[in-house]
Design a protein around this ligand. Structure first.
Ligand SMILES: [Zn+2]
Ligand SMILES: [Zn+2]
Length: 139
């Protein structure tokens, strides 16, 4: 039996939603979103190009863990590791990932910003991601 995933930020249970056959976990309190490995790619439509748009999620260097700041992976309960990537208009976004490959955490609004900082050339994928944000996050 799968455990109910807990929000890394609020420590409250998240809700699991299905969007076009991909399940994602959302925290209704902070509007943060958890993607298991491969889910974001699946939302974009599993094309070859999309690997480049999401490469930063796995390849950006890890930041040092700040004392006292501890967010846990909703899958394995081990601390998430922060990393910095480019966001909208050259802002720096600090995201979190599980070093054991379980997935990625975006605080509310961070996914929209990430997508603005990482141009999606493929029209189809771009539309899918925009639709996802609108329908799921209301952004
Ligand atoms: Zn939360
Ligand atoms: Zn994990």
């Amino acid at each position: 039996m799968a455990l109910i995933p807990v929000c890394p930020k609020c420590d409250k249970p998240m809700v699991t939603l299905e969007w076009q056959e991909t399940e994602i976990d959302l925290c209704l309190q902070c509007r943060g979103i958890w993607f298991d490995a491969g889910e974001l790619e699946s939302i974009a439509g599993q094309t070859e190009e999309q690997k480049d748009w999401f490469r930063d999620l796995s390849d950006a260097p890890s930041l040092r863990v700040e004392a006292g700041v501890k967010r846990l992976c909703p899958r394995c309960n081990r601390p998430l590791i922060s990393f910095a990537v480019k966001g909208a208009e050259d802002t720096v976004l600090t995201l979190d990932r599980c070093e054991h490959g379980h997935g990625y955490w975006f605080d509310g609004g961070e996914l929209a910003s990430y997508l603005k900082g990482h141009t999606v050339d493929n029209q189809n994928a771009s539309e899918r991601l925009k639709t996802f944000l609108r329908e799921i996050m209301g952004e």
